[in-house]
Design a protein around this ligand. Sequence first.
Ligand SMILES: *Cc1c(COP(=O)(O)O)cnc(C)c1O
Length: 359
Amino acid sequence: MSRVYNFSAGPAVLPEEVLREAAEEMLDYKGSGMSVMEMSHRSKTYDGIIKEAEADLRELMNIPDNYKVLFLQGGASQQFAMIPMNLMKNKKAAYIVTGQWAKKAFQEAGNYGEAVKVASSEDETFSYIPDCSDLDIPEDADYVYICENNTIYGTKYKTLPNTKGHTLVADVSSCFLSEPVDVSKYGVIYGGVQKNIGPAGVVIVIIREDLITEDTLPGTPTMLKYKTHADADSLYNTPPAYGIYICGKVFKWLKKMGGLGAMKQHNEEKAKILYDFLDQSKMFKGTVRKEDRSLMNVPFITGDKELDAKFVKEAEAAGFVNLKGHRTVGGMRASIYNAMPKEGVEKLVAFMKKFEEEN
Ligand SMILES: *Cc1c(COP(=O)(O)O)cnc(C)c1O
């Protein structure tokens, strides 16, 4: 068996230790005689798994008691609709468009009410985060929406927008658990777990309790009401049970690693290795404004499409896979999530140096 260095943006690398543990428990989970995959989600054993996962996540993120944690399905993309369906009481919301995912969320919200684009960085192919300190946010907007880390373009908010008292809703799919957050600053934090936490199929929604109401837009399906899932502790119907179990293992791994403060330090160290190299390289260069650089997704280019393709191909042959940039931007992108070891980034940089010398 040989494992590669997987720089995929998602589904992405998971801690090897977690995968090994899951493999060991595959046929017989702790003496139950069955796999977690085969287990009733109403069983006492599974109840222990989901409750412990929630408790560990609450501890890691220091989630206040007046927030619910929901384990849902449908991908992050389903939240693009679920958020307006549940929160657009005045049928108006402010969107900051900093990439493809924010844009998709903005467009989807327009199906349910007035989505107002209050800022955008599309003028420079989303290579920066706009100044959000004094935006023109409509008085009656129900919330302000951001995508906090832009997976495709590699930018991240270093300070949250001034929402002028409005509820902040954030898609954190690609920076989930990468550093400490002050949950109390948000109304809703959500993310698909396949970027930084677990297997695709689980979405975690952390939502302030007062935002969970019966008062949803007319016609909102039962399955798309936050209240349905909050009232049932995420067990209204069969949840993505195995995926939640893996997420739980990743939470334990994060606790063992020292929690989110330690992860932040680790992630900063890793990102610095790559950005420092890009800043001095004559061949490779980063594509986003320095102040807005993501710790998780690092896009870069050579400026020559053929050379980019050659690099991606040779990197793959050397065991550094999924470095091709998103189909809409080209070039390369190295996603260096929590589970990417520092050694993987160091070796990638050594490979890039060698490639630069030889080409
Ligand atoms: C990947 C991603 C999505 C889409 O996730 P799905 O689970 O495929 O719907 C949304 N937002 C961000 C920031 C992403 O990185």
